[in-house]
Design a protein around this ligand. Sequence first.
Ligand code: UD1
Length: 374
Amino acid sequence: MKILSVVGARPNFMKVAPIHDELTKHDRFTSRIVHTGQHYDEEMSDIFFEQLGLPRPDEYLGVGSGDHADQTAEIMKSFKTVVETEAPDLVVVVGDVNSTVACSLVATKRQIPVAHVEAGLRSGDRTMPEEVNRIVTDRIADLLFVTEQSGGDNLRQEGVSDNKIAFVGNVMIDALVRFREKAAQTPIVNDLGLEEGSYVVMTMHRPSNVDEEDQLEVVLQTIQQICEDRPLVFPMHPRTKARIEEFGLDEELSRIDGLQVLPPQGYLEFLALMDQAGAVVTDSGGIQEETTFLGVPCITLRPNTERPVTIREGTNELMDLAPDAVSRRVTERMGQRMNGQTPELWDGRTAERIVEHIDSRFHTHAVPSHEESR
Ligand code: UD1
């Protein structure tokens, strides 16, 4: 059985790596990797392949950046050719990026079953491009692998039949479990002159936080306030860097004492930075989950989350982008590591369950055809 797994953007690599590893343990699967090239820089892409032990992609589409319609269309056009030549039995897509929805559409239209890993998450906020990608992908996928109970609940509420849904846990945590020790050996925290538990890590790249000048100004004020009390490291996403330059905010940023702006970090370096941080301030999806697993306090600067288990059981909380309140809350939560409960099935064995599930679906019952599954 030939399985084609799609990666496109940075948050995909650590989800596909454990699945690919697991598939290659079984003779009955051939695992092939397609990289759409949505992210293409060495530091946004190549380093993840090296560090996660992913083989070079079998197919590289090189679509690059663009607006959403153009990028999605380019991926669809190139992926169509891949599907024709590779003729896979199943396409695996992960997460919620443009590559996820584009490849799901192409495969579905060619009657190739699609498995969506990290299905069912909903922020309820359709201004987020990822929310639209999630809804469309889940509507057309044949197998829906869910990371937390809310994912299954959302899908059932949307009328998806139970036999398509499998609660398997969080595959990104598989990578984290596997690489945590190796990450701890990277010297980054020391090299940056930081002390474990005493600094804050920030990431910020959502269009809603960085694409408007006023909003980005408030992000800078928040950094400034936090830095009055403690060092902050900010591995900066290319989108954020581009906006800071566009709005001429670079000088203001460079004047903040205690702030270290870094280029995007490798998987191991970033994991080490998070694991040893006193607190994390972010607007990322995956980081809310990783900090929950690590027990590190996380403040998410968004009005909503599609990952409610990180709040209910984990270390995450949502806050508005308000400099005073955020810096006060950072102070309150600094260093309060929680070694409590980990969400159900976030145990490092999700890829195993995914592959078992695919195996049993394909070998004992056929995957529901597109007709039947509607
Ligand atoms: C994408 C995902 C988002 C994910 C994020 C992680 C969608 C809709 N969004 O957003 O869910 O959280 O990736 O990083 O798919 N750029 C580079 N080098 C690169 C990649 C991008 O310089 O390797 C720059 C380009 O100028 C581009 C901008 O970053 O215009 C944004 O990249 P894009 O892939 O469009 O979206 P992200 O904001 O990265």
